[in-house]
Design a binder for this molecule. Structure first.
Ligand code: FAD
Length: 809
């Protein structure tokens, strides 16, 4: 065994093997993989090996597409048979909502170049004669689906990596991990120690335990999962003889099951409602290529449906039942990337679909390690999307919810209930009393809208307009015509202090730093000029700043700032030690002025001022800005003052017709002002030039990514963020939700990033990226919304107050 290596990958399942392979592909060959038993000994060996490209997140779908396309190559290069069966796959829908979901998935796939076909139930029956047509109304057919041999694939990855110089040590258990002061690692195994620059936790079923070796509690939980294999069936033999190929795979939404041919019989798996976590607190190290006791009673309800949907199954014997554990993160997506706050420590775990995702996960992580950038938009998989709130018990609740909903639709306006409410601010009860409908983001409850008094605070889930629509319209009117009050604690807040802070931030930010007492908007870029983050910067002293950013990116951004920290500078994540309320609308100044001695006139407190003032008796930092684009203020206080602040403003606002508004109204209001948002318009795959962040980009100083910006400005951006006015279907209006394809002249040319109905302006609006040469004001496009291509006109400027007079009033 080597005594040192550049990278030690811990875990020889399909994911660890893929990471090893991809590291060597990118030129890092001094790499080793350490496996406590034999390759595949965790959850890999007993997997059903199914693979598909369909995923609700198009970026994850893209990585799945890459994975599926990789198998032939590694098979050929390694000489290891991967047992590839590319039979295509049907995703079957039994009702209109599921059909809508399939149409949307098909549409999202278009701009990724995925060629999937919507077919009728009769066509599905022709392709998959075992199904009973009456239970289905249609299906999505994807030719890029099939199944592989899990062991063959894992060995093929490892063999290709070995050919390139990597080493694989089996029967070698990593028992401890110790970091040296220089950030390198001593990897302690039962066969000796390896000194490594980087470690990768690909521990699969033991990823949590490997994390604990360095004091990390990863949000990962294993669930029991069952599938069964039938005896050979004459129907299968007949089909094979008549068609010369195997049956396609089937994913059956209503039945909550998947089905495929296995030899001469069928393999049937289900995500049962009565799901069971496995080893919820600690995975035993003694577990080794074992299966769990089957429990057919638990999956009996699914089997009953299966026998109705595929009647031939009812009369065939069961040859084998497999029950094995595999791991999930709270939202079902993998955990990938550098661990925030720990140098040279990477994870690639919680991969619940190793044969659809393993290749993409390996590629992403390897690029991140070698190039310093994952190369794709992998936010959905970033380990930093969870914070400390994702505890063991929270993870347990969310994973069970996620498992049991594996085949359920999560609607764009749906908020899932498990593990909530957990994280609340002091005004939570006040807002609940006023009929708030709550959502959760980065674990924190935030008000979406306020149901009318006496009505149930509940939103109907739908792809179209919900019962919130008329109420949100009223909230928007309140803001635009009188004054609205909302909570704004759901920003990430940071404080930067210490000598040299200003110089440090100036080097990171694309905008000049504001003067003391002022705020501005800025972006931070990577060296290639991609947007790392978007922030409001408020300066309260020469070297004293507050930064406000997207809350969901709090751990992601903290990791980035932490990685660039300069000597003498202190970077603090404020979390809920600073909470906020926001007043917006033409009456906002009157309300706030009535409770403070500070003069709020535009002369004394102009737009983009940020100062420490007293509001009533409450010490507050008050910024004159709101995301609504109206006259407004964000008032930041320590949490112990938030209730008093709420009562004070609410009381003072009565004379001005104050009303509450929530996140849905905010999204509607920001659309008519054409304000972009993090994770939608601004993501690490876009640049500030493409995103038209001109106001945040000042070319009078140097900053990380500056050269790339100059180069892009010189050659012109390939794509540009457009702002669209959409004509929805008048019979059944629906607005965009994000990721819809944008068509031009009969071809897909771009995609929507986000949008909403702008109630006050009475228009359905969207943002989306299109080729720059097409981004001409007035140009006509089409946006595909639930299977319909709707006209979309590119707008030259915000539909409301393009000169920004309201916020400067
Ligand atoms: C019944 C069943 C059916 C499934 N069907 C499918 C399917 O059809 N399609 C699909 O895509 N996915 C399927 N899966 C999921 C799939 O098995 C997983 O996504 C995949 O195996 C995850 O691989 P991994 O490498 O992350 O983890 P594992 O396979 O668990 O690998 C982790 C490895 O790390 C090793 N290890 C851990 N800690 C240490 C240590 N300290 N020192 C050394 N070695 C260590 C372990 O021994 C293990 O071999 C199924 C799972 C089950 C249970």
């Amino acid at each position: 065994m080597k005594s040192s290596a550049q990278v030690v990958v811990i875990g020889g399942g399909v994911v660890g093997a893929s990471v090893l392979y991809h590291l060597t592909e990118l030129g890092w060959t001094d790499v080793v993989l350490v496996e406590r038993k034999e390759l595949t000994a965790g959850s890999t060996w007993h997997a059903a090996g199914g693979m598909h490209t369909l995923n609700g997140d198009p970026n994850v779908a893209k990585l799945q597409q890459y994975t599926v396309g990789l198998y032939r190559e590694i098979e050929q290069r390694s000489g290891q048979n991967c047992g590839i069966h590319m039979n295509g796959g049907l995703t079957l829908a039994g009702d209109r909502e599921r059909m809508d979901w399939l149409r949307m998935a098909q549409a999202r796939g278009r701009y990724l170049g995925m060629d999937m076909e919507i077919i009728s139930a009769a066509e599905a029956k022709r392709m998959f004669p075992l199904l009973e047509e009456q239970y289905f109304i249609g299906a999505l057919f994807d030719a890029a689906e099939g199944h592989v041999d899990p062991t063959g694939v894992t060995r093929a990855y490892a063999a290709c990596a070995r050919q390139a110089g990597a080493e694989v040590y089996q029967h070698t258990w990593v028992s401890d991990l110790r970091q040296r002061p220089d950030g390198t690692w001593d990897v302690i195994t039962d066969s000796g120690e390896i000194h490594a620059e980087h470690i990768v936790n690909a521990g699969g079923l033991w990823a949590r335990e490997v994390g604990r070796m360095i004091g990390l509690e990863l949000p990962v939980l294993a669930m029991e999962h069952m599938y069964l294999i039938t005896e050979d069936m004459p129907e299968v033999a007949e089909y094979n003889a008549a068609n010369g190929h195997e049956l396609p795979m089937g994913m059956d939404f209503d039945g909550e099951l998947y089905i495929r041919q296995e030899g001469g019989g069928m393999l049937l798996g289900t995500y049962e409602q009565a799901c069971v976590p496995w080893s919820p607190r600690e995975t035993p190290w003694t577990f080794d290529q074992q299966l769990l006791a089957p429990d057919l009673d638990r999956i009996a309800p699914s089997l009953e449906i299966a026998f109705k949907h595929y009647p031939a199954l009812a009369s065939v014997g069961i040859k084998n039942v497999i029950n094995g554990p595999f791991t999930f993160a709270p939202d079902g997506n993998p955990l990938v990337g550098p661990v925030p706050g720990v140098r040279n420590c990477w994870v690639a775990c919680a991969v619940m679909a190793g044969f659809s995702q393993g290749g993409g996960v390996g590629l992403t992580l390897a690029r991140w390690m070698v190039d310093g950038d994952p190369g794709e938009d992998i936010w959905a998989m970033d380990v930093a999307r969870f914070g400390i709130w994702a505890s063991l018990a929270y993870t347990n609740a969310k994973v069970r919810e996620n498992y049991s909903r594996r085949f359920r639709i999560t609607f764009p306006n749906e908020e899932l209930p498990a593990g909530r409410p957990l994280h609340t601010t002091p005004v939570y009860d006040r807002l609940t009393d006023r009929n708030a409908v709550w959502g959760a983001s980065f674990g924190l409850e935030h008000p979406l809208w306020f149901q009318r008094p006496g009505e149930e605070p509940r939103e109907d889930v739908t792809f179209r307009r919900s019962n919130a629509y008329p109420v949100v319209a009223e909230e928007c009117t309140t803001v635009r015509e009188r004054v609205g009050l909302t909570e704004c604690s759901n920003f990430a807040k940071y404080r930067v202090t210490g000598a040299g802070s200003a110089d440090w931030l100036q080097r990171l930010f694309t905008n000049r730093l504001p003067r003391v007492g002022r705020i501005n908007l800025t972006a931070a870029l990577d060296p290639d000029g991609h947007i790392v983050g978007e922030f409001s910067v408020a300066r309260v002293g020469t070297d004293d700043f507050f930064l406000f950013g997207s809350q969901i990116a709090e751990a992601h951004h903290s990791r980035w700032f932490g990685g660039h920290l300069a000597d003498g500078v202190r970077f603090d994540v404020l979390g809920l030690s600073l909470v906020g309320l926001s007043l917006a609308g033409p009456g906002a100044r009157d309300v706030l002025q009535s409770v403070t001695d500070a003069s709020l006139s535009t002369e004394h407190y102009p737009f983009m001022t940020f100062r420490r003032i007293d509001v009533g008796m409450i010490p507050a930092y008050v910024g004159r800005m709101t995301y609504t684009g109206d006259l407004g203020y964000e008032i930041w206080v320590a949490p112990e003052y938030q209730r008093a602040l709420f009562d004070l403003l609410w009381q003072a606002g009565q004379a001005y017709g104050i009303g509450l508004f929530g996140f849905r109204a905010l999204m509607s209001l920001r659309m008519e002002k054409a304000f972009g948002t993090w994770a939608r318009e601004y993501r690490p795959i876009y640049t500030p030039v493409q995103a038209r962040m001109h106001r945040s980009l000042k070319l009078d100083h140097d900053f990380i990514g500056r050269a790339a910006v100059d180069a892009e400005l010189a050659r012109g951006p390939a794509r540009t963020l457009g702002y669209f006015d959409i004509t929805p279907d008048p019979a059944e209006p629906a607005d965009v939700v994000g990721d819809e394809p944008i068509w031009h002249d009969g071809a897909v040319v771009g995609w929507v990033t986000s949008g909403a109905y702008a109630h006050y302006s009475r228009r359905s609006l969207a943002f989306g990226y299109v080729p720059s040469e097409l981004a001409v004001p007035g140009a006509m496009f089409e946006v595909e919304i639930i299977g319909q291509r709707r006209p979309a006109r590119l707008l030259p400027e915000p539909v409301l107050d393009p000169a920004g007079q309201r916020m400067r009033a």
